[in-house]
Design a protein around this ligand. Sequence first.
Ligand code: ATP
Ligand code: MG
Ligand code: MG
Ligand code: MG
Length: 562
Amino acid sequence: MRQSKFFMPTLKEAPADAVAESHKLMLRGGYIRQVTAGVYAYLPLGFRVLRKAENIMEEEMEKINVPEMMMPHFLPATLWQESGRYKKYGAEMFKLKDRHGRESLLGPTHEETFTEIIAKNLKSYKQMPIALYQIQTKFRDENRPRFGLLRGREFVMLDAYSFAATRDQLDEQFDDEKRAFEAIYKRCGVTVHPVIADSGTMGGKNSTEFQAPASIGEDTIATNESGTYSANLEMAKSVDTFKQDPEDPKELNKVSTPDCDTIEKLAEFLNVPATRIVKSILYIADDQKVLVLIRGDKQINEVKLGHILDADEVREANAEELKEITGSEKGGVGPVNADWADKIIADDTVKDLYNVVVGANETNYQFENANLNRDFKVDEFADIRTANEGEPDPVDHEPLKFTTSIEVGHIFKLGTYYTTTMGADFLDNNGKAKPVIMGSYGIGVTRMLSAVVEQHLTEEGGIAWPKEIAPFAIHIIQMKMNNDEQTELAQKLEKELSAKYDVLYDDRKERPGVKFNDADLVGAPIRITIGRKAGDGIVEVKRPGDEKAIEISVDKLEEFVN
Ligand code: ATP
Ligand code: MG
Ligand code: MG
Ligand code: MG
């Protein structure tokens, strides 16, 4: 590709409202342009990277025998009414009506759509296990789209869905997908940690997130040093509450963190920016779980579960109010036992609570996660936490380390939630109808590209793209366009190398300084500069991040490039 013909509108400075480095670089490099909030055009450079990532994904899915297909973006509300998610999904859903007034939506995810196809087209255990996937645009009307491709309102996702006749089949499918996802992240050059995660509105108890550590990340993960324990902060923090007897509400009062009476102190204790703290309190009443979240950052308006209050509000709230809050539309959780709520609210330690707890009625939590391949007893979690609070380290337990990170994927053992609500049955080998057992697996493709950039920033303020997803493998830069020796050599190399690699040849009549600045933004793994010594068959080669370019004779180039 000749750069003179390549549309790559670079900018000296990123717009002032771009905060994330990946966002700035993608704008400056002419990878993307915003069309409207959280909606982007992928310019040729950005589109090349996207395509490369998609190709890798297609290859890895092929390896585990999962075929690709494509679902529509435009969906009828009826599908989501069937599963019960039409209301539950909330304001993130883009809803629209057709000319006949039929309620419709733009797909934010496709569990329902796939389940429906399976319900109508899969009949027997003989056709199972089977899985399908697509790479497709999703729509979510995020409250705060931001950080470029990291949180868009229109973004590309790889979403796979598995359909099994038995739990064992599901386990196998889940492991296959997990391995395929890990291979994808590796080839795309993004470092990820699989962590225990909250399943949100997706349903199902067993879910694993793939988290890519990065300073801009909106999530926080907790890991121990030996890597045997790794969880989203939301789940990790539930440890504190599990250590209490969940049957005894009074016990909950005791949950506290050392001297964390302000968000700032809590942030310091957790070693995370204060803006990321989400506090929550758990109430349990007659098997009902109620979550009340306290926000650490007034600017974050996202509701995960429950109603958002600040610490003062919670302390002042009486049981009646709490009832109202938890019965609220946003909460979507059960009523609270007034007595318990009173006790908890009355207690001063309430301000120290910061747990997000899911499934707290269980005393023995089973995580089917590769990192945690066994049953964990509540006590063990408690021990890990205790260690973190600076008390003597109990045998085998290490302190947790907290890292901000980006959720680049999320895989779920869904079980039969969708298939029972939507009537997707199959006949087992005894001719008996049973609900299909499902899994779903998603990678945020465009978000992952931002994560790759966040993890591959160079000293020169550019990008060092990992080999397999770099927009170009080789960038040839000709210093002087009016020098015939240089032109001859450049064109010769362009021709030879293009047979094997994606080559960008900077043939523009621009100053070398301009060319080099742009090359830092293209971030090709190998840069070949053709200058003064072209006549002697000598060029300069440089990888992003290399301190200096080195001179090399053209006949040695092949070796270097490989
Ligand atoms: P988040 O917690 O960041 O809002 P999510 O848990 O809502 O993400 P999932 O429903 O698990 O997202 O979707 C699967 C994947 O899609 C996520 O792991 C993430 O990589 C990606 N994704 C989700 N929302 C967005 C978005 N607004 N922009 C870009 N990618 C997204
Ligand atoms: Mg979300
Ligand atoms: Mg999430
Ligand atoms: Mg998720």
